[in-house]
Design a protein around this ligand. Structure first.
Ligand code: CA
Ligand code: CA
Ligand code: CA
Ligand code: CA
Length: 250
C-alpha cells in the first residue's frame, strides 16, 4: 500500500491511495453487529477528513470504517459516534443531506469524472431509516430528479449497548455500473458480480446534524483539495474519490 503521509503520520491515520479489500470467508449478516470473524480481522480506516462546517469534537462526531467483499456485495461497517441522531425531514427525498446520513460514493470502474446528474458514479445517501437517495438525470422539465435507490444498499444500524452514542452501521452494497438507468426496477439493470483484482472508486462520508436547519458537519474518508474554497465535491466529481482493489487474500 502507498500512504500519502511520507512517514509523518501513522499508517492507521493515513489514507492509502489504493486500499486492498479482503474477501469475506463467511456470509456477512446485515444486523448492525460486527461479530463476524471477517470483520474482526479487517482493518479500520479513518473517517476524519473535513469537508464542510466546523471540525467537530470527538463526542459530537467521530467515525471509522472497514470494508469486505464477496461476489454479490461490497460490505461496509461504519462505527459512528454522534451525540444526537436527527431526522428532521420525514420525506426521504427532501434535503436528505441535511439529516444525519452516511454517504457512500461508488464509481464502479474508477473512471472518475462528473456524475452529479448521471450514473457514472453513485452518491448513496443512507438515511437513519435506511432509505437510500441519490440524484438521477434531470426531469423532463429540467428540475433535479432526486431518486430512491433502496435496492442498491441493504443496511442496518444499532446503538452499542454500553456506549449508546456509538452506532455500528453495517451495509451490503450491490455494485451497478454506468449503464444503470431509471426506473430502478428496469429489468436491464444488472448488478455486477465482483471478482478479485477489480478496482473501484470509493469514498465514505457522514453528514452530521444535531438539530440545526442545515447539517453542521460533513466529514469524509479522503482528503479533498478545495476548488475555490469548496471541498464538497464528491457528489459532483468522482475524481475526488479514493480507490479500492478487491483481493482474495485472507
Ligand atoms: Ca453482522
Ligand atoms: Ca453530532
Ligand atoms: Ca430524512
Ligand atoms: Ca447528529
Amino acid at each position: 500500500m502507498i500512504y500519502g503521509c511520507l512517514g509523518f503520520c501513522s499508517p492507521l491515520l493515513a489514507q492509502a491511495e489504493t486500499v486492498q479489500v479482503l474477501k469475506a470467508k463467511q456470509p456477512i449478516t446485515i444486523d448492525g453487529k460486527a461479530n463476524e470473524d471477517d470483520w474482526l480481522r479487517s482493518q479500520w480506516w479513518p473517517l476524519d477528513k473535513h469537508i464542510l462546517g466546523e471540525n467537530p469534537q470527538a463526542d459530537d462526531f467521530s467515525g471509522r470504517y472497514k470494508l469486505l467483499w464477496e461476489h454479490d456485495y461490497l460490505y461496509l461497517l461504519a462505527e459512528i459516534t454522534d451525540d444526537m441522531l436527527f431526522d428532521q425531514f420525514a420525506n426521504p427525498l427532501e434535503r436528505y443531506w441535511d439529516d444525519d446520513c452516511l454517504e457512500v460514493f461508488i464509481d464502479e470502474d474508477a473512471s472518475g469524472g462528473e456524475h452529479q446528474f448521471n450514473f457514472n458514479a453513485f452518491a448513496y445517501h443512507i438515511a437513519l431509516d435506511n432509505q437510500v437517495a441519490d440524484i438521477g438525470p434531470n426531469n423532463a422539465d429540467g428540475s433535479t430528479n432526486f431518486v430512491l435507490l433502496n435496492e442498491h444498499v441493504n443496511s442496518r444500524w444499532l446503538r452499542v449497548p454500553q456506549h449508546p452514542n456509538n452506532i455500528i452501521w453495517e451495509l451490503a452494497i450491490s455494485i451497478y455500473d454506468e449503464t444503470f438507468t431509471l426506473p430502478v426496477s428496469n429489468p436491464d439493470n444488472k448488478k455486477l458480480r465482483l471478482n478479485a483484482g477489480k478496482t473501484l472508486g470509493f469514498m465514505l462520508a457522514y453528514c452530521d446534524n444535531d438539530g440545526s436547519k442545515e447539517r453542521e458537519h460533513f466529514i469524509g474518508s479522503h482528503s479533498i483539495k478545495a476548488v475555490n474554497g469548496d471541498k464538497n465535491l464528491g457528489y459532483i466529481d468522482a475524481s475526488v474519490f479514493g480507490k479500492i482493489t478487491l483481493v482474495n487474500k485472507p
